[in-house]
Design a protein around this ligand. Structure first.
Ligand SMILES: [Zn+2]
Length: 545
């Protein structure tokens, strides 16, 4: 059945497995039409797998250890003929990208052998992809010495060809080297080399940190990599934590080192506000079962006020200390807002006028970003509706006897007279020119008013948090969580639903009584949202002394 006589036949075979495509075949009569429709879709190299490539992978490559020279030639030919974006130069890397699973190392090597037999040989991109297949295999079994030698040969040849490798090649070589037992540390300088042209990727950092955590004497190197990558806003992959936990599980019962290392992990997650995935949470639960003398780990739920249903302790309040607020406001008002040039869209006169206004009218209980509020249920509304929504939010606070400042833009003067009158009569109103950014004004007025003041906006203030640097960012985030209100929605009857701040901490931390609480999410994401939603899943973790 593997006697394939031509390129189209192979692709056709793969198509036939796809029910959706089969339906289309039936409706449109013939696969030529089908191919034409595939071409219309934008296809990027690297994320190649279209339906057909996926089918090729699962229904054909998955079953074979090797193909004959003729078969490889037809696969190659069919891909070049069948896809606009595949050409003679990239087809080999595409093929290795398709057979990249851990079980497909033989097939991938067979293809590279085929390329060598043709005299053309594999190019650097193809060899790089082959290293990733070795890496995939390494994650399912120990590689033999012969396989490790093959990896080193490839890495040597890639490094010998260029004094400086581009970032992609560095990444591939790193993935090759970490699959070896003795030579993985050769990969560390390559991480530095990547920095010449870009920030090293999550995958390069994670591969190295994972490897380092797997060694009993390289934990410091792993921590260094983790700190460095999180500072560069790269989220470590689950495998990194799993490598640490797996090693801790295997080490002889040295209670102190387990405790020290686990605490270090929890503190790291706390400091960087990292939500681990379910995979990592499962491993922690398992570790608790493996080492019941040393730690107790249970899945838990939180009551409405942040009480753990397992240990009955309350999670810590998110509020920051007076001293932390003092640091934050000093840094914010002086370094970030004034000298940090975040008022760049405003004129110095406007900033001065604003500061004088705040000095005269502060403190407020709540500072409202007027434009953000007005547009929060959709920007395409009539000015009258926008103004009315803003007035409703002002009334919400007025009814609670709050002193309110509304920040807005000059053009809002043209909105509905009656609603804007209400705003003006029941709040302080400061309008900036139409180009100014509102956040710096909002944060200035809120922080200047003191530790108890809240603000109302949906903006996540990511840029401002980042500008504060590693030390103050977590403090700013906690202050933000405690004080940020936002609009959830407005009902049909015009009633508004306001999202109030959650007062207990939402990240990994230790409760007063000593138990750690670890929130987790379903799956790893490289770009967490930074929102202040309460995580659904928690672990309650007690380290025995
Ligand atoms: Zn608990």
């Amino acid at each position: 059945m593997y006697n394939i006589d031509g390129a189209a036949r192979l692709l056709e075979l793969s198509i036939m497995y796809n029910i959706r495509l089969l339906r289309q075949l039936r409706w449109f009569g013939g696969h030529h039409r089908l191919m034409a429709s595939q071409h219309k879709r934008p296809q990027l190299l690297g994320s190649v797998p279209s339906d057909q490539l996926e089918q090729l992978k699962s229904n054909y490559f998955a079953r074979r250890q090797e193909l004959s020279g003729d078969e490889w030639q037809s696969v190659r030919h069919s891909l070049i003929e069948g896809y606009k974006h595949i050409n003679d130069h990239n087809v080999d890397a595409v093929i290795l990208g398709v057979c990249s699973g851990p079980q497909q190392l033989s097939l991938a090597k067979n293809y590279v052998d085929y390329l060598r037999s043709t005299g053309a040989g594999p190019n650097a991109a193809t060899l790089g992809r082959l290293l990733r297949v070795y890496n995939a295999a390494y994650h399912t079994r120990a590689l033999s010495e012969a396989e490790q030698r093959e990896i080193l040969q490839i890495c040597d040849s890639l490094q010998a060809a260029h004094e400086t490798l581009d970032a992609t090649s560095c990444e591939q070589v790193i993935h090759g080297l970490v699959a070896t037992t003795e030579h993985w540390q050769r990969a560390l300088p390559l991480l530095e080399m990547m920095k010449v042209t870009s920030t090293p990727s999550v995958s390069a950092y994670s591969a190295l940190a994972e490897k380092a955590f797997g060694q009993s004497d390289q934990a410091e190197e792993a921590w260094r990599l983790l700190e460095e990558m999180t500072l560069a806003r790269k989220q470590p992959r689950c495998e990194v934590y799993l490598a640490l936990l797996n090693r801790l599980a295997q080490e002889p019962a040295a209670t102190s080192s387990l405790r020290v290392e686990l605490e270090r992990l929890l503190q790291f997650l706390e400091r960087h506000n990292i939500l681990v995935s379910q995979k990592v949470a499962q491993r922690l639960l398992q570790l608790g079962q493996q080492l019941p003398q040393q730690l107790r780990v249970t899945a838990s739920r939180l009551g409405p006020l942040g009480k753990c249903e397992e240990c009955r302790q309350h999670l810590q309040p998110v509020a920051i200390s007076d001293e932390e607020f003092r640091q934050l406001s000093e840094c914010f008002l002086e370094k970030v807002l004034i000298r940090g040039d975040v008022f760049q869209k405003s004129t110095p006169e406007e900033v001065l006028r604003f500061k004088q206004y705040v000095e005269k009218t502060a403190p407020y209980d709540c500072v409202i970003d007027g434009l953000n509020v007005a547009y929060s249920t959709g920007a395409k509304k009539a000015p009258q509706q926008l103004a009315k929504l803003l007035a409703t939010v002002v009334r919400h606070f007025k009814e609670r006897n709050k002193r309110v400042l509304v920040l807005g833009r000059e053009h809002m003067r043209k909105w509905s007279k009656s609603a804007m009158h209400y705003v003006q009569n029941n709040a302080s109103l400061f309008l900036t020119n139409n180009l100014s950014h509102d956040d710096p004004f909002l944060l200035y007025a809120t922080i200047r008013s003191g530790q108890e003041t809240d603000f109302f906006s949906r903006d996540l203030m990511r840029t401002h948090a980042f500008l504060l640097g590693a030390e103050l960012k977590p403090i700013f985030r906690r202050w933000q969580q405690e004080h940020q209100f936002s609009l959830v929605t407005q009902t049909q009857t015009g009633k508004i639903i306001v999202k109030e701040p959650i007062r207990h901490r939402l990240s990994v931390h230790q409760a007063e009584g000593g138990s750690w609480h670890v929130p987790y999410c379903d799956v790893y994401t490289p770009n967490p949202t930074d929102s202040f939603d309460v995580p659904e899943h928690w672990l309650c973790l007690i380290l025995n002394t």
